[in-house]
Structure formats: structure tokens, C-alpha cells
Write a protein that binds this ligand. Structure first.
Ligand code: ADP
Ligand code: MG
Ligand code: ZN
Length: 555
């Protein structure tokens, strides 16, 4: 079987080797095992059903929500000599009828359909009359309520499977399944855990970076200028912001396209084509852009605002570097933007359980913005890989700022949370730590705590950011829901017992503020001295502002 598959790979597709995972997946389905394939975007999932489609005796049905992609795939297959067709709402009804009778007469090996078709009874009747040996379900995460793109019509698939006799072999494919979503797909489609094939999610050529505390417009213009001539996508959270950023670029003489759902379909298609054919190098877009777009030479993807979860982020950022060349994925992180996403969840019509789930996913996205560990490691860990290594090249891995020991501060925060019986959220904890005069604090009796006001020399903002940092680094575990309670983790216990130090990158890099080397060294020494005397971490003494003032005052 595999020899045959290899031959097909060469003769039809012109490739001489399978990529990671492809062979194993093809092997499993040819043995009749229902399989879940998890491979990153661009990993080559299509071949995993196109090749078996030619090995199976009957017809292969491919269910995909990406209508815009079906035509391209079918055109490509027809060119290589594999008889195939697609059926979706873009076709006039006579055309659909013609194709249906073609399917009935066995003219096609592969048939792509949109999931909505499964709600049409006459179509289901037709499917029962033909010989379907293989059913591929692309973007299979759409079947899970816990996925980031749930589509109710995907639930019809179960129904379809139960009606086809004999039961076809099933292959579910996705690029973005968290362990929770994987379980859900397996449960709903009755796939055994041992038939889940997951290839590495790592994309070696991508450099991740989180940009914080910068003027975003200025950063963007600079970045584009430095990388002029290269193709890049800039994602923004709303249509209004897409329009604004697009205008900003045009005013600075950068020719850019834009794409969002508020534009006419014709206008969107025009912009997309211009970008695909390198007539314009920059595309400013909402997340409506990119599904099913196969542009290989995208050199950077910049998220101007935080997306709603890591799945969306990795999918969108992953549109960079499909050709394997080094490419950058930047998140311009401003903690205040997270309110846009919270608001969208709050306004949505999801039930409470799903909302809670969305909030907790958003929090993990925010933690990505705060973390000081390897960004790629964070991503791989999120998608369920065990012990992923540090990448050595992301923004955090290459961040040369000094690490300062903030164990004492961490102990103060963690012990305060313990004193409060791990029953409160960030706002309340911050208030107690900074000794706020809030009436609520009185009513709870927090003023009696030994830890009350233990960080009163800091601002609420500083303390709140420090708590975010402790959360991102895994010392605190938030509960689900919109107003999460912070609880202590096992490593928090180690910190409290003095068994584990907490290190944090310096908040401000002096070299960014003071360019003169000698001056820089003097300031650094002065700061160390003071810190030792005051018994606090150096960054606490010098804020950005005081450093600036000091360097101005020094001769
Ligand atoms: P996915 O659906 O996983 O995002 P695709 O199936 O669209 O990825 O494949 C991405 C690209 O990789 C396509 O251009 C495809 O032709 C190419 N590709 C797939 N398999 C191989 C292979 N074995 N060798 C070389 N290129 C491949
Ligand atoms: Mg695909
Ligand atoms: Zn890294």
C-alpha cells in the first residue's frame, strides 16, 4: 500500500518524499483505521486525504468550511488528472444538479462539500446511494464547542456517518487542536486515542516576538520601512482600526491593501489578488483575511492588537514563512487592548459555560504577552507538547536584559494571597497589597492581615503587572470565568518555602535610555549600591522617569 502511495506522490504531485506525519496517516487510513491528524498549517494535510482517495475503490468526500479554497484545490487536482469536483453555495442550481448527477454516475474520485450541504435532505439521500469509502473532515476543530471556530453544521457529520453503509473510513484533520478539543473530536467521531497522529507544531523558521511599551504606530512604520520590499500582513482587531492603520500607511507613502468584512466582496477579492501577486506588499486586515490563502513568501505577520486566543494567534501568525524561509511573528502588546476581546465575549450569545471557556483562553493569550520565557515553548506547551525545548531565537530567548532576583517581592504577593485564603481576584489582591483605603477592604476586614499594605510603596499598576508576571510564569493559577480567582500553584509553594528563586528581566533597559557607555556603567553601579542598601530589587528604585532625570543631572 505504501509503495503505491509513494508512487502516487511522485507521479501525481511531483514530490519525492513524504513530510513528517503524512506517511503514518496514510498508512493508518489505508488499514481502515479512523484517524485524527494534527499538523501545523502548511504541513501538508491535503495530501493525507488526496492520496488515499486514489487508493480506495469508491468515492472520497471531503468536508471543508473553506469555500474559497475548494475551487483552487479542485482545479489543481483536475490538472494533475484526478477527477474531482466541489459543491457549495457559490454555484448556480443547474450547475449543482449537473455535478450531482456526475457524482451519482461515478465520474469523480474526490468530492469537496461545505458542511451546510449536510442539512439538505435531498443531498443526504444522494450520498446514501453512492459508494463512499472514505470521509475526510478538514478543519475538524469546527466540530468542537471548545474550539475557536465552532460550526453547528459540523455536528451533522455524525448523522451522515451513521447513515452511510458500510461505514466509510474517517480522517479528521486540523492544525489547531488543544488537548481539550482533541478529546472532543475523538469522542464525537469515535476515534481511538491511539489513532491520533500529531506532528511537531514547531515551525523552525518563525521568530516570535512580543513588543511592549512602544508607540505602536511609530513602531509599525519603522518596521515596514526597515523591511521594505517584503510581504507582510498586519492584523488589527476591528474594521475601524484596519481603516485607520491603512490610511496611516498610505499617508506615509507605503502602498498597502486592506481587507475586512465591511468591504464589498469584489473589493476584497481585488485586494487579495493584488497581495497574492506581489503588486502590493503589505496587507492590513481583520481576522477575516487569510483563511485558505496560500501565499508562501509572507516575511512577517504583525498583530497590532491581541487576538482572542492562542489558536487564532498561531493560525494567523503561521501565515508567515510558508516557504520555509526565516520570518517574523510580532505581537504589539498593550494590556489595555484585552478589554476589546473581553467585551466581545461578554456581548456574544454563547452560554455561560462557553463564555467561561473563552475567558480562560483569552487569559492564556494575555499571559503570552506577559511571559518572559521562550515564546515558542509557550506556544508548543499550549498545544499539548510535553517538555518543548527553548527555541533560542525568539524575542524572549534573545533578550539580553539582566535578570533581577525578585523572590522577596514574589513571597510578599504569594503570602498575601494565602492570607486571603485564595479566594480573591487580582484587583482585590492589588488593593490589599498596596494598602488601599477602599471601603470594601474594611468590610472584609483585610486591614487586620499581617500582609496588609506590604507593598504600599508601589503603585497599583506596578503591583498588578507583577501579579500578571507571576501568573504568566505559572506561580498563580486563575480559575475560569470573567472574574477569576487567583490560587497558588505548587511552584508558588516552593517560592514561599525559599526553595525556588523568582527572576525577572529588568523593567527598563538602561542602555535604551542612556546611550553613553560610561554613564551607563556608573548608573548601573549606583543602582546596585542603592538596591543593596534598601534591600529591594534594583528595578524598584529606578523607574524609567527617575533614570532619565538622573542621567540628565549627571555631568
Ligand atoms: P495544510 O492543509 O496542512 O495547511 P497543504 O495541504 O495546503 O497544508 O500543503 C501546504 C503546501 O505543502 C502545499 O503547497 C503542498 O503542495 C506542499 N506539500 C505537501 N506535501 C508535500 C511533500 N510531501 N513534499 C513537498 N511539498 C509538499
Ligand atoms: Mg488545509
Ligand atoms: Zn525562544
Amino acid at each position: 500500500m505504501l509503495n503505491k502511495a509513494k508512487n502516487l506522490l511522485e507521479t501525481y504531485f511531483g514530490y519525492d518524499q513524504f513530510r513528517e506525519g503524512q506517511e503514518e496517516i496514510i498508512q493508518k487510513v489505508s488499514e481502515g483505521k479512523d484517524t485524527l491528524a494534527i499538523m501545523p498549517t502548511g504541513g501538508g494535510k491535503s495530501l493525507c486525504y488526496q492520496i488515499p482517495a486514489m487508493l480506495f475503490p469508491g468515492i472520497t468526500i471531503v468536508i471543508s468550511p473553506l469555500i474559497s479554497l475548494m475551487k483552487d484545490q479542485v482545479d489543481a487536482l483536475e490538472k494533475t488528472g484526478i477527477p474531482s469536483t466541489y459543491i457549495n453555495s457559490t454555484l448556480p442550481s443547474e450547475e449543482i444538479n449537473e455535478r450531482l448527477s456526475g457524482i451519482y454516475n461515478g465520474n469523480y474520485k474526490l468530492v469537496y462539500i461545505a458542511p451546510e450541504r449536510l442539512e439538505v435532505p435531498s443531498f443526504l439521500r444522494l450520498l446514501k446511494q453512492i459508494h463512499i469509502s472514505f470521509l475526510a473532515i478538514d478543519e475538524a476543530h469546527c466540530i468542537s464547542q471548545w474550539g475557536h471556530d465552532f460550526r453547528p453544521s459540523y455536528l451533522q457529520i455524525k448523522n451522515l456517518i451513521s447513515q452511510i453503509q458500510p461505514k466509510p473510513v474517517i480522517l479528521a484533520l486540523t492544525a489547531t487542536a488543544t488537548p481539550q478539543v482533541q478529546n472532543d473530536i475523538c469522542d464525537l467521531l469515535h476515534i481511538h486515542k491511539e489513532h491520533v497522529v500529531m506532528t511537531g507544531f514547531e515551525r523552525e523558521n518563525l521568530h516570535f516576538q512580543v513588543v511592549k511599551g512602544e508607540d505602536r504606530d511609530r513602531f509599525l512604520l519603522n518596521y515596514i520601512e526597515k523591511n521594505s520590499g517584503q510581504a507582510g500582513i498586519i492584523y488589527a482587531a476591528t474594521r475601524k482600526e484596519v481603516d485607520r492603520i491603512h490610511l496611516l500607511l498610505e499617508r506615509k507613502g507605503v502602498s498597502a491593501g486592506k481587507y475586512h468584512a465591511g468591504m464589498s466582496e469584489a473589493a476584497r477579492n481585488r485586494q487579495q489578488e493584488q497581495f497574492l501577486f506581489d503588486n502590493i506588499m503589505i496587507m492590513v486586515a481583520t481576522n477575516a483575511f487569510g483563511m485558505g490563502i496560500n501565499k508562501s513568501n509572507v516575511r512577517f505577520v504583525i498583530h497590532y492588537h491581541i487576538p482572542r486566543n492562542m489558536e487564532s494567534y498561531y493560525q494567523e501568525a503561521g501565515r508567515a514563512g510558508r516557504d520555509g524561509e526565516e520570518s517574523a511573528c510580532l505581537l504589539l502588546f498593550a494590556p489595555q487592548d484585552t478589554h476589546i476581546q473581553s467585551f466581545l465575549i461578554e456581548q456574544s450569545e454563547m452560554d455561560d459555560e462557553r463564555k467561561e471557556n473563552e475567558y480562560s483562553k483569552l487569559r492564556k493569550m494575555i499571559a503570552y504577552g506577559h511571559t518572559e520565557s521562550c515564546l515558542q515553548q509557550y506556544i508548543l506547551h499550549y498545544f499539548g507538547e510535553e517538555n518543548p525545548p527553548e527555541c533560542g531565537k525568539c524575542g524572549n530567548c534573545t533578550d539580553s536584559r539582566e535578570q533581577v532576583d525578585v523572590t522577596i517581592d514574589a513571597q510578599k504577593v504569594l503570602s498575601c494571597i494565602r492570607r486571603m485564603n485564595e479566594r480573591f481576584g487580582k484587583t482585590m489582591i492589588t488593593k490589599v497589597l498596596t494598602g488601599s483605603a477602599d471601603k470594601k477592604i474594611k468590610s472584609f476586614g483585610f486591614e487586620q492581615l499581617t500582609t496588609f499594605g506590604i507593598l504600599k510603596e508601589r503603585t497599583q499598576k506596578e503591583v498588578s503587572e507583577f501579579i500578571d508576571f507571576l501568573t504568566a510564569e505559572g506561580y498563580l493559577q486563575p480559575t475560569d470565568g470573567q472574574y477569576p480567582i487567583l490560587t497558588l500553584t505548587e511552584s508558588a509553594g516552593n517560592v514561599l518555602r525559599g526553595k525556588e528563586p523568582v527572576l525577572r528581566k529588568e523593567k527598563v533597559r538602561i542602555s535604551q535610555i542612556v546611550e553613553d557607555n560610561e554613564l551607563f556603567e556608573r548608573l548601573r553601579e549606583l543602582r546596585r549600591e542603592l538596591a543593596t542598601k534598601e534591600k529591594v530589587p534594583p528595578y524598584v528604585i529606578f523607574s524609567d522617569v527617575t533614570l532619565r532625570e538622573m542621567s540628565a543631572a549627571l555631568p
